[in-house]
Design a protein around this ligand. Structure first.
Ligand SMILES: *[C@@H]1O[C@H](CO)[C@@H](O)[C@H](O)[C@H]1NC(C)=O
Ligand SMILES: *[C@@H]1O[C@H](CO)[C@@H](O)[C@H](O)[C@H]1NC(C)=O
Ligand SMILES: *[C@@H]1O[C@H](CO)[C@@H](O)[C@H](O)[C@H]1NC(C)=O
Ligand SMILES: *[C@@H]1O[C@H](CO)[C@@H](O)[C@H](O)[C@H]1NC(C)=O
Ligand SMILES: *[C@@H]1O[C@H](CO)[C@@H](O)[C@H](O)[C@H]1NC(C)=O
Length: 468
């Protein structure tokens, strides 16, 4: 008998003979998908600093409201926030240190110390963005980071744009890069806690707190092609808001969830964290036609602000934690949004081993695993503290539960077998195709590594500036 027929016969017999697999077989609810990685469960911890080559782990101090950006290489860059640096202080302060977490080694490395300069010997003070929280950050792997806005220690909202060049390990304000004066630079108005998206060739921001009592709903984009800001006029925008979550899909659709419509309570210092006018709307901005639309969903996560979010490799959008109003306002739940069907699912989590309720953390997805770091919430003893614990989240296999129902029943062993065979076959096909194309065209994909056309001149090592 030909091989294909044998395969078909085996497949059919499996598909038709087996009863459906029980849900516990496919979705293991016994263990927690969360795993503690590093940091302290005590809260209010200073940074631990070690020399770059040292074996001993460095850890950023406890903090909230940091800016974070991750890339496909598994590097997560963490900037500032409000919390603790290496010097132990009674009260937390605003920070401007820069860290990178490596998903391969699961270790933190400090790139820029909090304060003025990494180079303590130097008599010249190097430029570094003011300490801040609630800033927006984005980057290009191996080339640069872009930092915009935030709120500084004196309560001012910031509108400065900074470029950190990764190869030279140095910060430079954008207007100096363009050799123009501060006043000539075009940029979004000062703001903090805006929605932001980091796309392949640009960063897009939306709304945020733009004055002590004002919020925005404008959209701006920063192009990495020419390193410049441009306002983007989009039709039917949501009401002005801040402090929610944002994701992009692979098709230039930008999604947002939740946030606050009250600037005054949104940026109150913690200790008085009672937000109001929270919402639980899900919106999409299509860059292809520059128009907003509110997505109708059957149910959605409770209204909240300062939640954490990431996108997985399947394009699902994840939401965890955050700050709501009322009793038990600091949240610990985990949700998943499927953009294709506009459906929210609440994930069932075993609470015996999961990050405590918290908000203003940073989360990212790298090397098939999600991570969440820090924020303000409950420490191991149940006291409110700033945190510096790092957790990873293992994605559940196949489908997960929505509230009160399960799709798992639809998966019979035969179907799973078929899916496995189909994926194996496609992998074989792709490999074959790549192999043939390589033979024929001499690495036709090589050109894709120069997709970025960034007009950026590396700074000279000795370049230095006086603080103004
Ligand atoms: C939660 O996890 C713990 C240990 O990881 C386990 O002992 C317990 O049975 C789990 N609970 C449920 C409801 O699965
Ligand atoms: C992350 O770790 C890998 C493996 O040790 C290393 O090759 C890579 O350079 C590291 N990245 C950074 C940014 O240090
Ligand atoms: C800083 O100064 C000390 C003592 O003068 C010297 O040993 C060290 O190499 C200097 N470090 C740098 C980075 O210049
Ligand atoms: C814009 O495009 C999106 C999908 O890309 C679509 O859902 C939406 O209806 C479009 N809006 C308008 C006003 O054409
Ligand atoms: C979240 O907190 C509630 C109590 O507020 C608790 O009952 C629940 O088990 C927690 N869930 C997780 C995943 O930690």
């Amino acid at each position: 008998m030909p091989l294909e027929l044998i395969f078909l016969a085996v497949t059919l017999s499996i598909v038709t003979s087996q009863p459906p697999i029980s849900s516990s077989y496919l979705f293991d609810t016994k263990g927690s998908p969360w795993a503690f990685q590093s940091g302290s469960k005590l809260g209010n911890q200073p940074s631990h600093l070690q020399a770059r080559a040292s074996d001993v782990d460095s850890t950023p101090g406890s903090r909230e409201g940091s800016a974070g950006w991750s890339n496909s290489a598994g590097h997560f860059y963490l900037f500032g926030g409000k919390g603790y640096d290496a010097e132990s202080t009674e009260t937390p302060r605003y920070l401007n240190d820069l860290w990178v977490h490596n998903a391969t080694t699961q270790k933190w490395v400090m790139l820029k110390e909090n304060g003025v300069s990494q180079d303590k010997n130097s008599s010249v003070k190097r430029m570094q963005p003011k300490p801040r929280k609630g800033a927006m950050i984005c980057g290009i792997e191996g080339v640069l980071l872009l930092l915009f806005g935030g709120q500084s220690a004196d309560g001012y909202l910031l509108s400065d744009t900074w470029i950190y060049t990764i190869p030279t390990d140095s910060w430079l304000p954008l207007y100096i890069h363009h050799k123009i004066s501060k006043d000539q630079a075009i940029h979004p108005s000062a703001r903090t806690a805006a929605f932001s998206w980091c796309l392949r060739d640009r960063m897009v921001i939306h709304g945020g707190v733009v004055s002590p009592s004002g919020l925005g709903n404008d959209v701006w984009e920063f192009s990495f092609q020419n390193l410049a800001w441009k306002e983007l006029v989009a039709s039917s925008p949501p009401l002005s808001h801040c402090c929610g979550s944002s994701w992009s899909d692979y098709h230039e659709n930008l999604f947002i969830f939740g946030g606050s419509r009250d600037a005054a309570t949104a940026v109150k210092e913690y200790g008085d964290y009672s937000p109001s006018h929270l919402h639980h709307e899900t919106w999409m901005l299509s860059l292809s036609n520059s128009s907003w639309s509110q997505l109708k969903t059957d149910f959605s996560p409770p209204a909240r602000q300062f939640c954490s979010h990431w996108r997985d490799t399947k394009g699902n959008l994840w939401l965890t934690h955050g700050l709501s109003s009322g009793k038990n306002k600091i949240l610990n739940d985990t949700w998943k949004f499927v953009p294709a069907t506009h459906t929210w699912f609440e994930m069932s989590i075993n609470s015996s081993n999961a990050p405590s309720a918290r908000f203003h953390s940073v989360a990212w997805f790298a090397k098939d695993t999600a991570h969440i770091f820090g924020g303000f919430g409950y420490n191991g003893r149940g006291q409110m503290s700033l945190l510096n614990d790092l957790w990873s989240y293992r994605l559940p296999s196949l489908l997960a539960f929505s509230k009160g129902e399960s799709f798992i029943e639809h998966f019979t062993p035969g179907l799973v077998f078929l899916i496995t065979m189909a994926s194996t076959a496609s992998v074989v096909c792709v490999f074959g195709l790549v192999f043939c194309m390589k033979k024929t065209f001499e690495y036709p994909f090589r050109a894709s590594s120069t997709a970025y056309n960034v007009r950026y001149t590396p700074l000279k090592e000795e370049t230095s500036f006086e603080f103004s």
